[in-house]
Design a protein. Sequence first.
Length: 84
Amino acid sequence: MAKANSAFMKPMTLTADLEAVVGEGPKARSEVVKGLWAYIKKHGLQDQKNKRNINADDKLKKVFGGKDTVSMFEMTKLVSKHLS
């Protein structure tokens, strides 16, 4: 049986901007990603033409460094800056 990657399961401290989107921390990285996707789907922020892009609202812009649109791959890198 494969061992779970403990780096993804370790509770992380979140910035206030990220907490405004996914809820109060500490949370594991996997929980943060689930929370982000729940928020994105709830608010219809996934681009309709290119599903790999996320169109940020005001709360997500703070997490995405002020960018209006980011790819789902870039999102992971930008969110990492809000975890410690």
